[in-house]
Design a protein. Structure first.
Length: 324
């Protein structure tokens, strides 16, 4: 099996057909709605909170609210709908989650998007939850994950998932590969390529994004949406604390499977770190959009679809040679 990751790949340019990159359309339809760019902040407590979710929804960006205040999720859906905004929530697979789905149904609170958020999503219990949600809330667009193989994508799609999330442990705050020996760390982009060959529904590439160009590479290898943690965690709007060290500002960032998140040291597969403070997330999202527009111009097209058609070369981790 050919394996590679983001830093191992360069996309090959095609003839440009637009006069200015501003003509390039970066929008993507994902589920019932169309968004400005194929980027979603990770559904982690250190990346997104309700205030940021409101701003993202108001400005045509996709979001997924985390599941770490489970008792507040129904009210969150109500509050978003009261504002005329779409609701996008996360659920797990514990028995209590079935009661929560029943509550949403009984209160006629169907969120537009639901994400089953499990570290190892190729599971009988995830499949059971997919079937239950599609039975109780068939109008909700359901993403399930996370997975690493074509077989997993097929099984979750066949169970009823509307999209699947690809990536097991490639994130910056994740140490699954070190703690368990398993995962897509180091070959996340190749895993996405493999999974896309089996997928008949949208994929979300989750984890391993270190540069804006990695978003275009994800689209090239089959992603409809790209979930980003560390690159979107260091902002003024990010929930983590702002810390100053030797005159430099940082934000706290921690994994969903970290001791910080769990409140205890058990089954820990994540860590806490500091990421450089990057100002407003609005500026970073705009920069991502502009860089994607440039990617489209290099791809020789007018929209994201053109990126999916370009050739690529495997350069084996030499992209940054001489840069540092």
């Amino acid at each position: 099996m050919e394996t590679f990751d983001y830093d191992d790949i360069q996309l090959v340019p095609n003839k440009c057909i637009i006069k200015s990159r501003s003509e390039a359309d970066t929008s993507v339809k994902f589920g019932p709605k169309t968004f400005k760019i194929p980027v979603v902040p990770a559904n982690m407590e250190s990346v997104i909170d309700e205030d940021l979710a409101i701003w993202l929804a108001q400005n045509d960006y996709y979001y997924v609210m985390h599941r770490f205040q489970p008792e507040d999720r129904a009210d969150f859906v109500k509050r978003m709908h009261d504002r005329g905004l779409f609701a996008s929530i996360s659920v797990g697979i514990k028995d209590s989650e079935y009661d929560f789905i029943d509550q949403l149904k009984s209160e006629h609170l169907a969120p537009e998007y639901i994400t089953i958020d499990v570290a190892h999503g190729h599971s009988d219990y995830v499949i059971k939850m997919i079937r239950y949600i599609k039975q109780q809330l068939p109008e909700s667009f359901l993403t399930a994950g996370n997975v690493a193989t074509p077989e997993a994508v097929r099984e979750l799609e066949n169970a009823g998932a509307d999209a699947t999330k690809v990536g097991v442990g490639p994130g910056k705050a994740c140490i699954t590969k070190l703690k368990t020996g398993f995962g897509t760390g180091g070959w996340q982009l190749a895993a996405l390529r493999l999974c896309s060959k089996a997928a008949s529904k949208p994929l979300i590439a989750d984890g391993g994004i270190r540069h804006n160009g990695d978003i275009a590479k994800s689209v090239r290898f089959g992603a409809s949406m790209v979930m980003i943690g560390s690159l979107l965690a260091g902002h003024q709007e990010s929930p983590g604390h702002l810390i100053t060290i030797d005159g430099k500002r940082y934000k706290q960032y921690w994994g969903s499977a970290s001791e910080v998140q769990k409140g205890a040291y058990r089954n820990v597969e994540g860590k806490q770190m500091l990421v450089p403070f990057r100002g407003s997330i609005k500026d970073t999202l705009l920069e991502m959009q502009e860089d994607l527009q440039s990617s489209i111009s290099y791809a020789g097209g007018r929209d994201l679809k053109s990126i999916t058609k370009v050739d690529y070369v495997v350069v084996k981790n030499s992209i940054l040679n001489g840069d540092y």
